[in-house]
Design a protein around this ligand. Sequence first.
Ligand SMILES: C[S@@+](CC[C@H](N)C(=O)[O-])C[C@H]1O[C@@H](n2cnc3c(N)ncnc32)[C@H](O)[C@@H]1O
Length: 390
Amino acid sequence: MKFVDPSIQNSGLNLDNNLLLGWQKTILKLARRPKHPDFPRMNLHERVKLIMAQELANVVKLWQVFTSERQNINRYLNDPKKQAVAYLLGFHVANMARVTMLMERAKTRHPLSEYLKANKLPTELYDFGCGTGAMSIALADFLFKQGVRTSELKVNLYDLRKAFVDTAAVGFAETFADEIKLRTEKNSVDIVFQNLKKINAKAKEKRLQIFALGYVWNELLRHRASQRFFKELLQQVVTLGQHAMVVVVDAANQNIARETMMLRDELVAGGWQALYPCPHSLACPMLERSRDWCYSEARWDLPPLQKRLDMKLEINHQVFSTGAYLLVSPAVAKDMRMGKPKPIVVGRPLKKDTQKKPKGELSYLLCSDQGLSKTPAKSLENLVLRGEEF
Ligand SMILES: C[S@@+](CC[C@H](N)C(=O)[O-])C[C@H]1O[C@@H](n2cnc3c(N)ncnc32)[C@H](O)[C@@H]1O
């Protein structure tokens, strides 16, 4: 029997052109200009292609640091301007795809769009450890598509490194036609969380706060105090009955994914409601099994420049993975009248299983409010991926 690898199937997520154009214009603005005689006559795509070739060694190095030499990260980030461009070239688009997948899936399962349209609340978006702004730029794009007006949105960008907050600010200016209210702050998130807690305690105006953490929770594992301050900030939101959402995107590997699952569990225990990926807000049944972990997968129609980069880095984002979560405060959940999603795929047949097991033994692992259950995989074509409804 032939196994159809999901990665060769198409019809995946498509990132909007405005996000890709904004990304390219940001690169053009911030990267060193290649000394190619035809550069001034090239179109945007050709120019970025040339810049990508010029900066490839930096991107490869950054990739290695993030994937296998994480302990060297601080030493590597000694030249933040160079690294901001490398991050923009190597990671930014894939992270925009991850957060877009998360919001789009949550939107099909719950009346998220209707909530945003009906409430018309002033919205504060906080991007903690913003890097090049992948999370907040993709989130702002999502919010605008749901009818949030530019005048209703304020974006707050925080990072330890000034070069990163500056890059994210350029990203906003190059992506959106209207000027967006932006606040940038070079600061450590532990201080930011504590400051926001003080501000929130006095907040009078009704507003929606969106707290975003993209590939930062794993960096805070060594700073437990920062994690505690974040949880305290979110607990205060519940106590004060404020409208808020938490968006967390992080790595899909066992250690980090389980840390993110634990954050999700603590938040639901404190009253937050899970919109994605979980079809319930009970304790996570996968955390009870020490060798299990939950993450999401999506098929992605890669833009040509990402395809090119994937080839150079010998990776494949056609099916990407991420530990991605969207939770809302009880006040939002009450106004939204949340949907009741179908069971969610948290395990699926893998290629190696098909070689070892007969077809009848291949199964999906599903998560629902009844806990975990197995169901046979009738076909190995068009596999349902992790994080999708079954
Ligand atoms: C892996 S990058 C992720 C960037 C971006 N959020 C994304 O999703 O693409 C992590 C970022 O967090 C920042 N960072 C790490 N620890 C931080 C801290 N304690 N306070 C503020 N920023 C931090 C780093 O400088 C870096 O820009």
